[in-house]
Design a protein around this ligand. Structure first.
Ligand code: SAM
Length: 211
């Protein structure tokens, strides 16, 4: 079972899924309409979204988030901030998006998972939830795990190796584990890992170093 699945069973977190269609007014359960000003696609209606929101007890709504490619891009710093919230309500869009008036009226924060467009907000919500849940107290076995990870200190993480110590790939090429990791000298291991972490970040994500 996944970390988040186990944490759900343990009661570390819980969720309710709300189907916006259950809050429509008509027998066809219509939730969208054509955009004012013309253009392609359909837009989720503000009145229906508000009905859905108000069906959640006020004490449980917490911070309101709309998964949206226009939003601030999710990063580890923002994930950490989200974990400080007691409750979060996540709106998943479809079609062209949602009526802006709903976002304005309820001060909804827009959050993106990256510079690409999905067909719906659900995968983005799952990614956001998973990133938050693994940081909750007691979810990861070792409290140090999160501290060493990529982005937690502004750098990418160093490379990992496990047994066997010597491995031959399918092209008969030998690969050994770096000696320093097998020497047992914790100060040298830390120094090696820090240097690897910095070099990887410089090579792959120099933008992180600028930050
Ligand atoms: N018309 C919108 C635009 O150009 O910004 C895109 C709408 S998209 C087809 C449908 C829904 O997918 C959005 O309302 C949003 O909830 C979700 N979505 C798409 N890309 C996303 C991203 N990068 N991050 C978070 N949610 C996204």
């Amino acid at each position: 079972m996944s970390l988040s699945g186990r944490a759900l069973e343990n009661g570390t977190w819980s969720y309710d899924a709300i189907n916006i269609r259950d809050h429509a007014h008509d027998k066809h359960q219509t939730v969208d309409d054509t955009p004012y000003g013309g253009g392609a696609g359909m837009v989720l209606r503000a009145d229906i979204l508000e009905n859905a929101l108000l069906s959640i007890p006020e004490s449980k709504r917490g911070k309101l988030i709309y998964m949206s490619p226009r939003g601030r891009v999710l990063d580890q710093c923002y994930v950490q901030k989200l974990t400080q919230e007691d409750n979060i309500t996540i709106l998943c869009g479809r079609y062209e998006g949602v009526d802006q008036r709903f976002l304005d009226a309820h001060k909804v924060e827009e959050v993106s998972i990256g510079d690409y467009v999905l067909s719906g907000g659900e995968p983005a919500a799952i990614i956001t939830m998973d990133a938050c849940i693994r940081l909750l107290d007691g979810v990861m076995g070792n409290a140090d795990t999160a501290g060493d990870e990529s982005f937690s200190n502004g750098l990418l993480e160093y490379p990992h190796y496990t047994k066997p110590a010597a491995w031959t790939d399918c092209d008969k090429k030998n690969h050994d584990v770096p000696d320093v990791l097998r020497g047992g000298n914790h100060a040298e291991i830390k120094e090696w890992r820090d240097a690897q972490s910095l070099a990887l970040t410089q090579d792959r994500r120099p933008d992180l170093l600028k930050k």
